[in-house]
Ligand binder design. Structure first.
Ligand SMILES: Nc1ncnc2c1ncn2[C@@H]1O[C@H](COP(=O)(O)OP(=O)(O)OP(=O)(O)O)[C@@H](O)[C@H]1O
Ligand SMILES: [Mg+2]
Length: 231
């Protein structure tokens, strides 16, 4: 059976970190599904497993047990080369730190990953310009990161994450370093991108009021799902 309109199906996922001295069960047998086009927020106390879960979904780490079906394909057991390709072509990442290259303009920062992927004939410079316009920075494309506010830099990082037209954008506390007004601009940008580009967005937040931007919610507690459903 084709699992149409599910982008993720997370099945009995567990992750145990073995530090040598202690074993930490960061994810404890978690199962849930994410429909295509969702805007899902993952919340929960510090240490509840949010980043661990997002890293698993972003193929940045492998689970101890369980699996993840991404776009109808089992991806946990794939060879690393295939996982890297999926990361580059189907997933976009945004972290707390914007990690823009200071010696490049906003425009260059955004199109660089498109250039790296080297899709023949794709016009990544034009696409980068369009994405910067979409995140509200059309007037700033020639600016360097140091000439931009934190919130503006984060919106450049979001545009960069979208340059290869991923099907999912994974954001780990994208507003953690921002003030209230910049956070609002970033969150409203994500809502707009979800609506206009149809990109699935999964974001972690510490701020309960960010539920207003989500279509669905997962609350983690000690590596388990404590709450799930409508925000
Ligand atoms: N690389 C690691 N090695 C060992 N333990 C880890 C590692 N990464 C995370 N942990 C532990 O796993 C648990 C879950 O961590 P995780 O970073 O997923 O939490 P979080 O919900 O993202 O927390 P925060 O809100 O503080 O970012 C914590 O107990 C943490 O100490
Ligand atoms: Mg975290």
């Amino acid at each position: 059976m084709v699992e149409n309109n599910l982008i993720y199906n997370v099945q009995q996922l567990s992750k145990v970190y073995d530090t040598g001295k202690v074993k930490i069960k960061a994810l404890d047998n978690i199962s849930f599904a994410v429909p295509e086009g969702d805007m899902l927020t993952i919340m929960g106390r510090s240490g509840s497993g949010k980043s661990t879960l997002l890293r698993q979904m972003g193929l940045l780490d492998r689970p101890t047990s369980g699996g993840i079906i991404f776009e109808a394909m089992e991806v946990t057991a794939l060879p690393e080369g295939d996982r890297t390709k999926l990361r580059l072509t189907s997933m976009g990442y945004v972290f707390q730190e914007y990690a823009l290259l200071g010696e490049l303009t906003a425009h260059q920062n955004v199109y660089l990953p498109g250039m790296v992927l080297g899709k023949m004939g794709s016009n990544y410079k034009q696409r980068a310009k369009e994405l910067l316009e979409l995140v509200g920075l059309g007037e700033r494309i020639g600016h360097y990161p140091k000439e931009l506010s934190g919130g503006e830099q984060q919106r450049v990082a979001i545009a960069r994450a979208l340059i290869n037209s991923p099907s999912v954008l994974l954001a780990d506390e994208p507003c953690a370093n921002l003030d209230t007004i910049s956070s609002k601009a970033v969150m409203e940008t994500l809502v707009k991108l979800n609506a206009q580009l149809k990109v699935t967005i999964i974001f972690i937040s510490h701020d309960p009021s960010d539920k207003q931007y989500a279509k669905s919610l997962i609350v983690l507690s000690d590596g388990r799902i404590a709450q799930e459903g409508n925000p």
